[in-house]
Design a protein around this ligand. Structure first.
Ligand SMILES: CC(C)(COP(=O)(O)OP(=O)(O)OC[C@H]1O[C@@H](n2cnc3c(N)ncnc32)[C@H](O)[C@@H]1OP(=O)(O)O)[C@@H](O)C(=O)NCCC(=O)NCCS
Length: 260
């Protein structure tokens, strides 16, 4: 057996395994989104996503107006060691292309050589997808990586009017502390899992899973492939039963041989 195969068996930590981090999550409206570790080849997508942000989102994230990410910023944001600095992106497939719709990152801020460490966190969720639970999910997953890297506390600077970010922290189930100075909240939260955090995560997951089934259990319209006017066929019976059961949504019979 080769050395490479033996390693996991003796549980020696691999170098920065978090570079391969990936998870599929469900937003509170039932949309499925992919989360993964950021990669150096995400530069172009990151720059495109930034260019589409509203001025308010940019201001909340960077505390100033900003038109584009510089080359140096793109390097600093995508080339990470995944211990001291890590970032996750949320992606969707649009027309076969992977699109980045959100980013969450941490960077260690203390200079102690050994853990426990403290890290600053920052989040950016594309305007059109905000308020659907993605920021909360990114915080949850970033905390998993941080804990494994000996980061005991997250901290963030949040503008006083950034209610959404403050709500993400407050509803996370982590034990959040905050103090206000000059219109900016300094927020700290231990990354340790708590019962409240586990319960909040479970509640959110249950709600999102139920929402994801709504299209099937409570459809607004039904496409019936193989629908037929002939009563003795399965398609015909389904069509009749849908109407008899009082379904009020649109029914789209898909059958080139029927004019139903
Ligand atoms: C802040 C941000 C990351 C949050 O991400 P998100 O995906 O929108 O957040 P979520 O959907 O997970 O949660 C938002 C929470 O705020 C609530 N909320 C939504 N709009 C709100 C508003 N206008 N006022 C108060 N609360 C609001 C939501 O109901 C939700 O709370 P809930 O869990 O009790 O329902 C995202 O909005 C963003 O990128 N904003 C611009 C950049 C930014 O502010 N970055 C933070 C810098 S640290």
């Amino acid at each position: 057996m080769t050395e490479a195969v033996k390693r996991p068996m003796i549980r020696r930590p691999m170098a920065a395994p978090w570079r391969d981090y990936a998870a599929d999550v469900i937003l509170r409206d039932g949309t499925s989104v992919h989360l993964r570790a950021i990669r150096p080849d995400d530069r172009a997508e990151l720059a495109r996503g930034f260019a589409e942000l509203s001025p308010e989102a940019v201001y909340f994230r960077f505390f100033r107006a900003k038109r584009r990410l510089t080359d140096d910023e793109l390097t600093a944001f995508t080339e990470l060691d995944f211990t001291q600095r890590a970032a996750l992106v949320a992606t969707l497939r649009v027309g076969g292309e992977e699109r980045i719709i959100a980013v969450a990152r941490y960077a260690v801020t203390d200079d102690s050589r050994r853990p426990p460490h403290r890290a600053e966190v920052a989040f950016t969720v594309g305007d059109v997808i905000q308020g659907r639970g993605l920021g909360t999910l990114l915080l949850e997953h970033l905390a998993i990586i941080a804990r494994a890297n000996g980061i005991a506390e997250f901290e963030a600077e949040v503008l006083g009017e950034n209610n959404r970010m403050l709500r993400v922290f407050a509803n996370s189930g982590f034990r959040v502390k905050r103090s206000l100075a000059d219109g900016v909240f300094h927020v700290t939260l231990p990354t340790a899992e708590t019962e409240e955090h586990a319960a909040a995560t479970e509640r959110r997951e249950r709600f999102a899973a139920a929402r994801s089934l709504r299209a099937i259990l409570q459809p607004r319209s039904v496409a019936l492939v193989g629908a037929s006017r002939r009563p003795d066929t399965i398609g015909g019976t389904l069509l009749r039963n849908l109407r008899r059961a009082g379904f009020t949504g649109a029914i789209h019979p898909v059958n080139p041989n029927t004019d139903t």
